[in-house]
Design a protein around this ligand. Sequence first.
Ligand code: HEC
Length: 179
Amino acid sequence: MYKLIKPSHTTALFAAILATFLTACQAQDAATPAKTTVATEIVVDDGPDIEFRGTISGDLLDFKDKLGDDTPAVKQFKKTGKNPYNGNEAVIKNGYTIYSTACSGCHGHLAEGKLGPALADSYWTYPGNKKDKGLFETIYAGGQGMMGPQKGLISQDEILQLMSWVRSLQNKDAKPAAH
Ligand code: HEC
């Protein structure tokens, strides 16, 4: 037969450890500014989201699809309009996989253009696409004709991922700064 450890001792010890731990946590909370850091090391700023509008409609985007809108990257993007995934090699690689499935049929395997225009060069039908905010608005809410809204088809986070791939192509072609 097993002897049971007297519960009162263990409980008291456990409570003491818990109390120490909680105090330590609170102390840290007070010292940390109100920002959320996550595993991807994307820091989400405080403050309100900026406005996003459909490239064609000009209507305010309500993001009601909610698909993949809870990642730190999406949250931060909505506050700044800048894609936090730009330059992140692992995300860029994944972004290409998403692009290959959702976009390459119309825009070409390397975004060289096919039925839809090239996305790898520096010319944009919609000049707003030079900026991440505009590019997201075009992809999320669509362009003319065959370029339907991608909202609900791929997640908001996936759009940011494939955008980082598109930007990586453009950066590759960028000429070194003149001295
Ligand atoms: C069914 C074909 C089709 C698919 C699928 C498609 N596109 Fe398009 N896309 C087009 C066409 C056609 C245009 C030109 C429409 C216009 O100018 O308004 C276009 C335009 C665009 C533009 C504007 C380019 C500019 O020069 O300003 C962007 C950005 C874009 N597409 C990105 C994407 C991305 C990213 C995906 C995948 C998530 C995607 N498209 C999927 C056909 C497609």
